[in-house]
Each structure stands twice: as C-alpha cells, then as structure tokens.
Ligand binder design. Structure first.
Ligand code: XMP
Length: 506
C-alpha cells in the first residue's frame, strides 16, 4: 500500500499531520526522525515535522536525509523546513520575538505546485522562534508574509518544499489544500485508504493470519474494542469469543444495554457480572491510583478465569489504536501524557496478540465502524475511562455512592441526548464530591452531597476545553438532579480546561 512517511521531530502537531494525510485517503506512518524505513518500496513521499528545538542549538538533531532527499518528494514543515535549509547550506537565525499565531501570505508564486489553487491573501498559522534568513543554492522562495520573507521555498531541480507555517492546523485556512497538493498532486497518491478498503483487506489478512485458531477479546462497551470485535467477527465468526466484564462501575443500565447491542450485532459475547467482587475489593480505598490498580488486577483475574473456560484460545485481540502506539520522538525528554491502554493484559496466558485497529486514528475507527454497519450510538459513544465511575467517585466507593452517581450521570447524559448536545461534546459525565453541603428544601434544612457535571470538547483528549453548554440546559439538568436524586442538594459545572486541569478528576 502506498504510504507517506512523517518523520517526527517532537512537535505537538505531528499527529495532526498524520490525520490530515489520512483524511486524504492516503496511508501514512509517523516515525521518530531517525527511523526512516530505507528499504520500504511503498513510500511515495516524506514529511518532516516541526520541533521545539532550534536547528543550530547544541542539542539539535540532524539525521541523515540522503535516503530520500532528491529521490522522493519531501515537504518540511516549520523545523522540518529550517532543517532542510540549514543542512543544505542556507541559514537559520533567531527572530527577535517568537512569532506565534495568525499571519497572512501576501505573495505566492503562482507556478509553484505546492500552492496550486491557493490565492493571496491566505491566512496561515505560525509558531516559531527561528527564521530562515538565506536559502541554500538551488532553492527559491515561493511565498512570504509581511514579516517572514521566506515563508515557503522550493528546490529548483528537485522535489523538495519547505513551509515555515503549519498547514496541518485549522487556522491555516488553505492548509488542507496545500497538503492535498503535496500528497496527491506531487506524490501521486491514488487515495486508496478508505474505510471499505480497510475492512476488506483486514478481513483477508485476519483470515490468513488466524486460520482456524480461537480468539478471545475483552469488550469494554467503548468504540475501539467494539469495532475490533465486529471486524474480527466478520473475519473469523464463531472462532471469536468476546468477554464483557461488568465491574459494577459502569453507567446506569450500561451493561444490559451494551450486551443487547452486542447480541444484535451477532457477536458471541460472554457477559460476566462481577460487580460484587469488584466493589468488595474496592471497599475503604480512597487513593485514585490504588483504585485503578485494584480494578486492573481484578479485571485480569476475572478475564483469565473466563478465557480459561473457552479452552484452546491462541490469540488475544485488543482494540489498540494508532495513537496508543506512536513512538513519539519525545525530543525534550518531557512526557506530556502516558497512555492508559497499551499492554496490560495477561502475559501468563501465553496468547499471541492481535490488534486489528493498530493503524487507525480514532476518527478512522469510527468510519470503519459505520462501514461495518454498526449503530451510530455505538460508534459515536463518548470515551469512558476503564475504571469507570471509580475515578469519578472521589474518596471511597460504596454501593450507595455508585447508585447516586449513576442516577445523576443518567439524567445528565439523557439531557445531552434529548437536547441534541451529545454529539457536540467529546466526553461528559458527573463527579461525586466527598463533601456535604447545606441546602434548604421546602422548610427543611438539608445537609447532602454535591456533584459536579463535566463536559469537554476535544479532538484527542490530549487537550480539552470545557463545553459552553447553554445555561437553560444546565439549569434544567440541575433542577432534575436535585429533585429526583435522593441525597444530592447541589450541582456544580466544571469550567476548567486541560491543561492545566485534566478531563477526569482523579
Ligand atoms: P485525563 O483525565 O488524563 O483523561 O485528561 C484523558 C482521557 O483518558 C480517559 N482516562 C482513562 N481511560 N483508564 C482509561 O481507560 C484510566 O485510568 C483513565 N483515566 C482517564 C479519560 O476519560 C479521558 O477520555
């Protein structure tokens, strides 16, 4: 399959470049800057990402570009452009103040293929502290802003381009077209990476790899494991057994509803209600990380016991997706976020790992789900943390607190759905605070629990904004919660963004 290689120099927007290329129905791989796959005959072009570093700094990285430079089309973005220029004999210097934000291309060379169909003025997004001040021999400028003369350049005799701005971000209004010009117009992508073609080729590959082997898969109710299950079911049918464990910390009626959906899809699912076991193991525990560990450990125990009953399984399937696996260049040594879902399952089971979605971004998983005929409510279900309500009940967990939070959450989620707001937010839920507050109901003083509603917009959970839900909606939800959920007399709305807050409270 044709592919674009994106070499990652540690920019926060590298994954976004990948997603844009995929939106052009072109497969791409994001690799650390020094891991170019020299022997891969399917590469049709290379993109060099941005970076927090300076090309002239002592800690800068200057990988060998000779494996592809001059042979395949290359597009350098920000640091990538500076690296191309600098390493070929041009110069890059610090600008007085870091240039960050919107700028306007006021001059574009109409003959440059990269800018085909893009007219001046064209808004672009800049984020750089260095500028290219002189180009190498054999290169010429093709676009500029009022303050950045060399905003884009190309080689005269080779397929090499560099842009100082970021075409992958939304604020660059013609950025998608520019990437299309590169990926399709210049690299010659046949745009064959579609949900249907993915389903077709995956089914064939899975059949060839798995043969008549038995496969087990842990379902969570979430979109990734569900799509993986439906895809595998199409490939190997009855040889797939899914296990869905109810740890007692799911949403209200979620276990029953999701089991019904799975059965409707023809999946072979074993539903295990281990709520009591989990709640007993969690009794008295308030520490968030220990709660996570207890749930993780119990899950493995319950899952193992069920999987052993199947007998003869050779494969463990998981809904791991591409962002979980991208080996980030992590150039500055700072970990921004460690992922929750990689690894985890029982080594002692000696099962081979099958990860049919390992190349897909989240939006592609959803598109594949739709292509497989899955219901929208399943495909567009909000993300939900593995430990469930355990990390939304601050402090220790009791069956009564679970009941209260499930009721509150249910009112909030139903409200979002009924008011057409569910699909407008990335994720929503309720949090039960470990405090009581004074209230007055009728003529009576009350002293009851406080809950927080949280809804965020996001594209990948790495960053998130609090969702600006209509105040009339929040008012109605708050009234309904206080009137209907016994034990709650106060409702708050969380207006913190990530960073500096996180989506979950624990
Ligand atoms: P935070 O709170 O880190 O959450 O901003 C980012 C995303 O990850 C989910 N999350 C988890 N998912 N196990 C999971 O499977 C966990 O322990 C966990 N903690 C947070 C969270 O719901 C959000 O989508």
């Amino acid at each position: 399959m044709q592919r674009i290689i994106i070499l990652d120099f540690g920019s926060q927007t590298t994954q976004l470049i990948g997603r844009r290329v995929r939106e052009l129905h072109t497969f791409c791989e994001i690799l650390p800057y020094d891991k170019y796959p020299v022997d891969d005959p399917d590469v049709i072009g290379v993109i060099l990402s941005g970076s927090p570093l300076s090309v002239y700094a002592a800690d800068a990285v200057h990988p060998d570009l000779s494996a592809f430079l001059g042979r395949l089309p290359v597009l350098g973005i920000c640091y990538g452009a500076q690296l191309l220029s600098y390493s070929l004999g041009g110069s890059v210097e610090p600008v007085g103040t870091r240039e960050y934000g919107r700028a306007s291309l006021n001059s574009i060379d109409g003959k440059c293929r990269l800018f085909s169909g893009i007219k001046t003025p064209s808004q672009v997004w800049m984020s750089h502290g260095d500028s290219i001040t002189a180009l190498p021999d054999g290169y010429r400028p093709v676009a500029s802003t009022d303050s950045v003369r060399l905003a884009a350049f190309e080689a005269v005799d080779a397929p090499v381009w560099g842009v100082q701005f970021h075409p992958e971000v939304m604020h660059t209004t013609e950025g998608f077209r520019l990437l299309e010009n590169f990926v399709v117009g210049i690299c010659g992508s046949r745009c064959e990476w579609t949900p249907d073609s993915f389903v077709e080729s995956s089914v064939q590959e899975l059949r060839a790899t798995l043969g008549d082997d038995k496969v087990v898969l842990g379902l969570s109710g979430g979109v990734d494991s569900s799509v993986a299950a439906v895809l595998l079911n199409r490939a190997v049918g009855a040889n797939l057994t899914c296990i869905f464990v109810n740890h007692g910390l799911l949403r209200k009626n979620e276990f029953e509803n999701v089991m019904e959906d799975y059965n409707g899809l023809g999946l072979n699912v074993i539903g295990v209600d281990a709520s009591q076991e989990f709640l007993s193991a969690l009794a008295g525990e308030s520490d968030p990380e220990r709660k996570r560990k207890i749930i993780g450990g119990k899950f493995v125990e319950v899952f193992n016991a069920e999987a052993a009953k199947i007998g003869g399984a050779r494969w463990l399937a998981q809904g791991t997706i591409y962002p979980d696996r991208i080996e980030s260049s992590n150039i500055t040594g700072k970990v921004i976020k460690s992922h929750h879902n990689v690894g985890g399952l029982p080594k002692e089971m000696k099962l081979k790992l099958c990860e049919p979605l390992k190349w897909l971004f989240k939006d592609e998983v959803r598109a594949v789900g739709l292509s497989l005929g899955m219901p929208r409510r399943m495909v567009f279900r909000h993300p939900f943390p593995g430990p469930g309500l355990a990390v939304r009940i601050l402090g220790d967990i009791t069956p009564e607190k679970v009941r209260i939070l499930q009721d509150v959450d249910d009112i909030f989620m139903r409200g979002l759905r009924d008011n057409g707001l569910y699909d407008k937010v990335w994720q929503a839920g309720a949090i039960l605070l470990p405090v009581r507050t004074v209230g007055v109901m009728g003529d009576e003083r009350t002293y009851e629990r406080a809950v927080v509603l949280r809804a965020v917009t996001s594209s990948d959970a790495m960053t998130a904004d609090w969702a600006d839900l209509p105040s009339a909606f929040l008012r109605n939800v708050s009234n309904e919660i206080i009137n209907k959920v016994k034990g709650v007399n106060r409702v708050c709305y969380d207006i913190s963004s990530k960073p500096p807050a996180t989506i979950e409270w624990e």
